[in-house]
Design a protein around this ligand. Structure first.
Ligand SMILES: [Zn+2]
Length: 249
């Protein structure tokens, strides 16, 4: 099974979480106005998120790659009576856009990408060939190219778009200040960080992003990662050895 049920991490906390940290995370999630649903898709085990306010939803980094994954995404949206209003992309790597052509054809909604990451996006079919990922369809260039920090509002959902380069050249994160979470793509992973060896990646830049941008967010901010389980800024500051041991840059 390629996808995991939402919030499984609360039942099965990862080693760097103790019981109290998990309960704390549970409290934060219970107080949120918007719902963040995680679905893990494609051979890269990429996390796709559907964020909704009970009526509208945005699809973040659609990675669904086969019929059953597409059906899972659509079923979730339909079962919850949601109307998709936009697709948001943290960056243009192939595992984060593998389902974009399907979503475009199914819903035909606005797609937001940081303009700076367009080279990453347009090179995805080349990367797919290198990985032997047959069946990858290069999606159309997004119609909403963002030019830097801005705020996006969809119904009750408000996101600050924050530049977060280093994993790739134009990576951004989507920060919901009110509900205290950030959809952080491949910047921070629980106990680790996104890789920096792909074209446009740079260790020193990612390190600056993590220390100066991500760690400037409040400690109780939930971090939704592009791969693996959720974490918080406070926990990563204290326990992320990959970052604190200065493996970057
Ligand atoms: Zn990536």
């Amino acid at each position: 099974m390629l996808y995991a049920p939402t919030r499984a991490f609360l039942i099965d906390p990862q080693p760097s979480f103790n019981k109290w940290e998990s309960l704390f995370l549970d409290q934060i999630l219970a107080s949120m106005k918007t719902v963040v649903e995680k679905m893990t898709f494609n051979p890269f085990q990429e996390n796709t998120f559907v964020v909704h306010d009970g009526s509208s939803c945005v699809i973040i980094d659609p990675g669904c790659f086969n019929g059953s994954e597409e059906e899972y995404l659509v079923n979730y949206i339909e079962t919850n009576g949601l109307t998709p209003v936009a697709v948001l992309l943290t960056h243009g790597h192939l595992d984060h856009i593998a389902g974009l052509d399907f979503v475009n054809r199914k819903y035909g909604i606005d797609v937001y990408l940081n303009e700076t990451d367009l080279p990453t996006f347009t090179a995805s079919h080349i990367a797919a060939n290198l990985y032997g990922l047959r069946g990858f369809i290069q999606p159309e260039v997004p119609n909403k190219l963002m030019k830097g920090n801005e705020e996006l509002v969809f119904g009750e959902m408000k996101f600050k778009v924050i530049d977060a380069p280093g994993h790739c050249i134009g990576h951004v994160v989507f920060y919901n200040e009110e509900d205290r979470y950030v959809i952080n793509g491949d910047v921070i992973m629980q106990g680790s960080h996104g890789r920096t060896d792909l074209p446009g990646g740079d260790g020193a830049t990612l390190r600056k992003t993590i220390f100066e941008t991500m760690f400037a967010l409040p400690d109780d901010t939930v971090v939704y990662c592009g791969h693996g389980p959720e974490t918080t800024i406070g926990v990563e500051k204290q326990t992320n050895m990959a970052v604190t041991m200065r493996s970057l840059g």
